[in-house]
Design a protein around this ligand. Structure first.
Ligand code: C5P
Length: 291
């Protein structure tokens, strides 16, 4: 997450994420699933500008069709949660430029919510420690804590809100394809069969120092059964890049590891040209400032 002060306003560029490993450990009594997942920040960013305002919270989203600008948007829910938690009655004018596709498993809404908590804490001079921002983030959704942590890579557990950063300098290049439709997180989780023997994250962690990364996402088959078109996308990835590919989060975006950025650009062109939707290259972000 890149944060800049410009006079009285704050500008934030906040990244997307990919899940390199996602395993379901079990079902919980609160209706959620216990997870073990590895997330990486990648260089596709939404941008948010926060300006001081008297008392109202106002959100403008562009392009307008990319996300709602009302209380369904996690940005306004995060701002409201921050005001309720602190008793702050200041307002803000928020402009959100969406580049991360919604309902894609790329964490766009969660990243925007994390950016809102971090930036309004600064704009309103609240001085909340990161631990308190984490508490608020966990109350708003499962992936927001990863972005509040501002780390390049982490293992996330619980609902996803318990974040253990991984110290790695490994650069990775990916090609991501958004098939033009979204998938509902709850629906995909509901469709998923629980593994009898969950795969531990250890195999994935060990593969980080090897040439071939051991990708895994337990939600792949559930997403494919809801949208069989994803099978074609899976096959297209298999012929376009030699490496493994899978769903990110609960989808609908599919991604694969490319040997380098150039190969990712070529593969994205091929997928886009073949009519698979919006395909683009992304890379891991370097330096904690950008996460
Ligand atoms: O955390 P978030 O509100 O984005 O999750 C949306 C839905 O996805 C939840 O209501 C739940 O049905 C499902 N989910 C789950 N287990 C998780 C995370 C999400 O079952 N760890």
């Amino acid at each position: 997450m890149l944060i800049q002060r410009n006079g009285q306003s704050w500008l934030v560029h906040t990244p997307a994420k990919l899940n390199l490993h996602l395993e379901i450990i079990g079902r919980r009594d609160d209706g959620y699933h216990e997870l073990e997942t590895c997330m990486v920040s990648v260089d596709l960013f939404d941008s948010l500008r926060f300006r001081p305002a008297r008392a109202d919270l106002r959100l403008v989203v562009s392009p307008r069709a990319a996300a709602p600008a009302d209380e369904h948007n996690l940005v306004l829910r995060a701002a409201t949660a921050l005001r309720q938690h602190t008793g702050c009655n200041q307002g803000a004018d928020i402009q959100l430029v969406k580049r991360i596709p919604a309902q894609a498993g790329l964490g766009g809404g969660s990243s925007d919510a994390a950016a809102t908590l971090v930036a309004l804490n600064l704009l309103w001079g609240l001085n909340l420690p990161t631990s308190e921002l984490h508490q608020l983030a966990a109350g708003l959704g499962s992936d927001i804590n990863f972005f509040v942590e501002r780390t390049p890579m982490a293992i996330c557990r619980g609902r996803g809100e318990l974040v253990e950063p991984i110290d790695t300098t490994r650069r990775m290049d990916f090609v991501v394809c958004h098939p033009g439709f979204g998938l509902g997180t709850a629906e995909v989780f509901q469709q998923c069969e629980l593994p009898r023997q969950p795969r531990t994250v250890a195999k994935f962690a060990a593969s980080l120092s090897q040439s071939r990364i051991a990708l895994h996402n337990r939600l792949n088959d559930a997403a494919v059964s809801l949208r069989p078109e994803l099978n074609k996308l899976r096959a297209a990835f298999a012929s376009a890049i030699a490496g493994p590919s899978q769903l990110t989060g609960s989808g609908s975006a599919w991604f694969g590891i490319a040997p380098n950025r150039r190969a990712a650009v070529c593969c994205a062109r091929r997928l886009h040209g073949a009519g698979f939707g919006r395909a683009f290259p992304v890379s891991t972000v370097s330096g904690h400032g950008a996460c």
